[in-house]
Design a protein around this ligand. Structure first.
Ligand SMILES: Nc1ncnc2c1ncn2[C@@H]1O[C@H](COP(=O)(O)OP(=O)(O)O)[C@@H](O)[C@H]1O
Ligand SMILES: [Mg+2]
Length: 175
């Protein structure tokens, strides 16, 4: 898998990755993909938190870490991840093709995207996901609709840990 991951990273133009603030994501095949980061520390942090969340059924499975030098771009720090089928945002867009993100006003409670996000946050599967993250002692401050989605088996999981942290504040101290 690591050889396929590096081959994919070297063959994929940077502007064809899906990206947010930190990660560049592309698929290797229908089950596995790669995430690249320009910052090694953020790669390591997301890798560690995703690995831990996966043990609690709250994140995709994780593969190897790797590092590559992309010609004219520099060093990228990556890892292999199981792919989700789609995020909540992807599903909303599929079902609301006329919705335009550029006109989206976060404060307009009648906007269908805001109604959708509210319903997502009240759904049983979303509440269970946040509970699992809490059990794993991982914060969930950035779990918006583009950062959660469904695995092939229908399980809702978190995919983006770049803004999350270990939250050990609830642990009992025995010392
Ligand atoms: N495991 C995954 N499976 C499928 N798509 C993913 C996966 N991880 C990330 N993506 C896609 O890449 C986008 C950016 O990844 P994300 O981890 O949210 O990075 P950022 O920290 O830059 O927001 C996501 O919104 C999603 O569309
Ligand atoms: Mg994100």
């Amino acid at each position: 898998m690591i050889a396929q991951a590096i081959k994919t990273a070297l063959e994929t133009p940077m502007d064809s990755y899906e990206s947010g603030l930190h990660a560049f994501f592309t698929r290797i095949n229908s089950n596995w993909g790669i995430k690249l980061y320009q910052n090694e520390w953020i790669r390591d942090k997301t890798y560690n938190l995703q690995s831990k969340a996966n043990l609690f059924g709250a994140a995709p499975s994780i593969g190897d870490k790797f590092e590559i030098k992309i010609p004219k771009k520099g060093y990228y720090y990556g890892y292999v991840t199981e792919c989700i089928i789609k995020t909540h945002k992807d599903l909303f867009i599929e079902e609301n093709l006329e919705w335009n993100e550029d006109d989206w006003d976060d404060d307009d409670i009648s906007n269908p995207a805001n109604i959708y996000c509210d319903q997502m946050e009240e759904s049983q599967e979303f509440i269970e996901l946040i509970d699992k993250l809490q059990l794993a002692c991982i914060t969930s401050g950035d779990m918006h609709w583009a950062n959660v989605g469904w695995l092939k088996n229908g399980q809702l999981v978190a995919i983006d840990f770049s803004e999350e942290d270990e939250d050990n504040s609830g642990l009992t101290s025995w010392s």
